[in-house]
Write a protein that binds this ligand. Structure first.
Ligand SMILES: [Fe+2]
Ligand SMILES: [Fe+2]
Length: 283
């Protein structure tokens, strides 16, 4: 798959207000757009999906490697796409295809951490929907992968200011979007939504990305699931992710919005090991 990046000549940071036009967001390669379209088509049939996977050697290898990872605990070796789809299910094959298509977009200085955070958020979305006993929600997994892509865009256009915003958000607990708005006149959530639109991804996906810090303004279930998954992913990144941590409280608050009872919330928080194992399977 062609590697692509979102790096662009950094703008002068003396005037810290940055104004990005759609042309400042580099396009994704055509093959990536096609793969993402299929990976996010809720009506896609098994044969189309298998055909697309077979055409892409890297994707085929990744699919087989995930199907054979310890997380799925399969007793026999899976050596065909048909077998992988049988083990993983169509939706999971679509999720892996999304992840494969998008990982090169995170090639940037902070890319590896941002990519792992996106992947962890995406995997948490599947755990949260399972805890709610509902089928996977359309676009939410890909929205998990992409929700912080705006940070990559900002790091390429205003690296010093965005790095300072990230550091301060981490040390002070002040929301990153607020710091970005103060210093850059824009924020990673709205830029992420703009990137999704310019890549012709479904509008709903762009909307999820654009509002991922704005759950108060949305009662939609997919928004709340993504918000919870983001908080759970952050909790996984805490050095001490126990009940005494700030991340724990933040995660519980997002789970309360999903009307889970205490036992369900604790069971979900206990799935951390499974999530990390699944994330490792993707890597
Ligand atoms: Fe974010
Ligand atoms: Fe995030």
């Amino acid at each position: 798959m062609t590697s692509h990046d979102l790096t662009a000549p950094a703008l002068p940071e003396t005037d810290q207000r940055i104004h990005l036009s759609p042309r400042d967001i580099p396009p994704l390669p055509g093959a990536t757009v096609e793969l993402l379209g299929i990976a996010n088509d809720p009506t896609v049939c098994f044969s189309t999906l298998a055909q697309v996977v077979r055409r892409d050697q890297a994707l085929t290898l990744r699919m087989l490697s995930v199907a054979n990872s310890p997380y799925y605990g399969c007793s026999r070796r899976i050596d065909s796409i048909r077998g992988a789809v049988a083990v993983l299910g169509t939706r999971q094959v679509q999720n892996i295809a999304s992840a494969m298509a998008l990982s090169p977009a995170f090639e940037s200085p902070h890319g590896p951490q941002l990519w792992k955070h996106g992947l962890t958020t995406a995997v948490w979305t599947t755990q949260v929907t399972r805890a709610l006993s509902i089928p996977p929600l359309d676009y939410v997994f890909t929205a998990g992968l992409l929700h912080d892509i705006g940070v990559v865009v900002l790091l390429s256009h205003a690296p010093q200011v965005e790095s300072a915003c990230l550091t301060e958000a981490h040390s002070s607990g002040r929301p990153l979007v607020e710091l970005e708005q103060d210093r850059l006149g824009t924020d990673h959530a709205s830029l992420g939504a703009r990137a999704c639109s310019s890549w012709k991804l479904p509008e709903r996906l762009a909307d999820l990305v654009g509002k991922h810090h704005d759950v108060e303004q949305s009662s939609a279930l997919d928004h709340r699931v993504l918000h919870a998954a983001n908080a759970l992913a952050r909790l996984c990144e805490d050095r001490d992710p126990g009940p005494a941590s700030l991340g724990w409280e933040a995660a519980l608050a997002t789970l309360e919005r999903l009307d889970l009872d205490e036992d369900e919330m604790l069971a979900l928080l206990g799935a951390r090991g499974d999530v990390l194992a699944e994330v490792d399977g993707f890597a």
